[in-house]
Design a protein around this ligand. Sequence first.
Ligand code: AMP
Ligand code: GLY
Length: 413
Amino acid sequence: MKVLVIGSGAREHALVRCLLRDPEVSEVHAAPGNAGIAADVAVHSVVADQPEAVADLAARLGTDLVVVGPEVPLVAGVTDAVKARGIACFGPSGRAAKLEGSKAFAKDVMAAAEVPTAMAVVCETRAEAEAALDRFGAPYVVKDDGLAAGKGVVVTDDRAAALEHAVACGRVVIEEYLDGPEVSLFCVTDGRVAVPLTPAQDFKRAYDGDEGPNTGGMGAYTPLPWAPDDLVGDVMARVVQPTIDEMLRRGIPFAGLLYAGLALTSRGVRVVEFNARFGDPETQAVLARLRSGLGGLLRAAATGGLAQHPEPVWQDGAAVTVVIAANGYPAAPRTGDPIGGLAEAGAVKGVEVLHAGTRLAPDGTVVSSGGRVLSVTATGEDIDEARARAYEAAGHITLDGSHYRTDIALRPR
Ligand code: AMP
Ligand code: GLY
């Protein structure tokens, strides 16, 4: 099987590496990729959110399966365009990706499917926003209705700041605050059957101790030793299957990766958000432990054959990912800085250095090209070992002004 991975982050680098380990996969290509991906497989330039351009590339390469990483190409309809050429594509249709693309749509689906989530109101005017803020009280949660790369959500005790965000965004969802630890559960689905991957936890805030602004994610680990034993079964039964069934009932089957972002509150599990794709950086940790073939699993989901496909097999132990972010991330990341220590970091036992915002300079050095630069991922017999390896490797990386959290998976809960 020849697979084309679309995207340019560490999530896509993890997908590429995992596909390369699958004996069913004969060839992996990526577009547009980054410096790390280009060191592993052939990369092609493409504008990922132009559906016909992606479909042209897939056809030209004679691809058997396209795997779409990010949400923007999915919402733009890349899967629809690729499938129209008769090529299997892992990722929901443009219409189904609205589950991530519009928070208001997701809330409507959850209400119809009786999926537990935060109470919420869609607001379009200042007066509506003020009424909703006062109805729910502090802490205030205000979410841009559209795609915002993990940065459209403000959680604050400051009513004025909450209102300012609502007014600046225009259309927002204002909702009840959910307390309790967060869990990311990724489910591979063909639109009818869903298969959970191993649950993970992401660290969204920029700095240690969950301080600072929300980011796209600063680190992750899996599995979750503290989670209740029935967590996955409970979420499949009460969240994932009802959502997939509701999408099918509406005539917009959701096939691809349904990412349930959950809060384990004192009153039970609640959905914080749905995403229509693999999460970043959780995927880097999750796939590091996948021992069965990824290509066959994703192809089965893309072609409606998941019921006949064997369950995924996981390596014992744990995986931890630490994100190395550029100077100024998330507000104003600086790019173009040389990155050193990549080989030393990659030589640490159990470690993979996955690239995100990197590119090759004309003189052959690897330089930063985005806010999240690397995902240093390690496996180990347990979380402590994986964590120690990931931080040992992160310590070898040199990148002027870069920062990373030092408390990823430190006190799992
Ligand atoms: P989202 O883009 O919806 O995942 O939100 C980003 C982050 O904001 C989440 O991972 C949570 O940490 C936080 N958040 C979102 N919604 C809520 C909520 N209702 N209560 C508390 N925190 C939330
Ligand atoms: N890990 C957060 C996200 O992928 O949206």
